[in-house]
Design a protein around this ligand. Structure first.
Ligand code: COA
Length: 182
C-alpha cells in the first residue's frame, strides 16, 4: 500500500487506503469480513445499533478502491474508551491496515480528551495482542470464559495516559515507520 498523508481531518486519504466513518451502507461489506474472521460474528442489528449511538461511538472503515477492507469501533464512557472491534479482511492483512485504524482510534480518543483505552482479546490471539502492545496496551487481567466457540479466557488490556506527551511520541513513531514504507 502506498501511504500519503491527507490534509482533511475527517476524510483522510492515504494513497489507495481511505479511512472513513462507518455508515449503514457499509454494514453488509463489514459483515462479510466479520463472518470470515470471528467464530461468533456480530450481526447486522448489532452493528446498526452501535452506529445509532452516535454521540458515544466512533466506527471507522478502511477502504481500498472503494472496497471495505477493515474496520474498527470505539465506545466512550467518561474519560475512557473501549475498542469494541477491529478486523481486517484476510486478503489485506499484514499490510498495516489495522495499524492505520488504531492510529485513527487513538486520534479520535485524543480529540475527545480520553485518558485510557481498553479492550478484551482472546488469550490465544497473538497477532492482535502484538498490534495492541505496539500501541502501548498492557495486560491488566483475565476474564474467565469470556468467549465461546471455542470457550476461552479474555485478556483485558489497557493503554493509560493516551493524552500524554510520551503517548503522542509513540503515535508519531508508529506513523513515521509507516511513512518510511512508501
Ligand atoms: C489483528 C488484525 C486486526 C491485524 O490486522 P493487520 O492489518 O494484519 O495488522 P497490521 O498489518 O497493521 O499489523 C500490525 C501489527 O500487528 C501484529 N501482527 C499482525 N498480524 C500478525 C500475525 N499474523 N502474527 C503476529 N503478529 C501480527 C504485528 O505486531 C504487526 O506489527 P509489525 O508489522 O510492525 O510487526 C487482523 O489479524 C485481524 O483482522 N484478525 C482477526 C480479527 C481479530 O482477531 N481482531 C482482534 C479482536 S480482539
Amino acid at each position: 500500500l502506498t501511504v500519503v498523508s491527507g490534509v482533511d481531518d475527517v476524510r483522510r486519504t492515504t494513497g489507495d487506503l481511505v479511512l472513513l466513518p462507518m455508515r449503514r451502507k457499509h454494514v453488509n461489506a463489514v459483515l462479510r469480513i466479520e463472518q470470515q474472521v470471528y467464530p461468533e460474528p456480530w450481526t447486522a442489528p448489532l452493528f446498526l445499533s452501535e452506529l445509532a449511538m452516535k454521540s458515544v461511538r466512533d466506527y471507522t472503515i478502511a477502504s481500498v478502491d472503494d472496497e471495505v477492507v477493515g474496520y474498527s469501533g470505539l465506545s466512550y464512557v467518561d474519560s475512557e474508551a473501549h475498542i469494541t472491534n477491529i478486523a481486517v479482511d484476510p486478503r489485506f492483512q499484514k499490510r498495516a491496515i489495522a495499524t492505520h485504524l488504531m492510529l485513527r482510534c487513538a486520534e479520535l480518543c485524543r480529540q475527545r480528551g480520553v485518558q485510557g483505552m481498553t479492550l478484551e482479546v482472546r488469550v490465544s490471539n497473538a497477532a492482535a495482542q502484538a498490534l495492541y502492545r505496539k500501541f502501548g496496551f498492557a495486560p491488566a487481567g483475565v476474564r474467565k470464559g469470556y468467549y465461546t466457540k471455542p470457550s476461552e479466557d479474555a485478556l483485558i488490556m489497557w493503554a493509560h495516559d493516551v493524552d500524554s506527551n510520551p503517548y503522542t511520541e509513540r503515535l508519531t513513531r508508529i506513523a513515521d515507520a509507516l511513512e518510511k514504507v512508501r
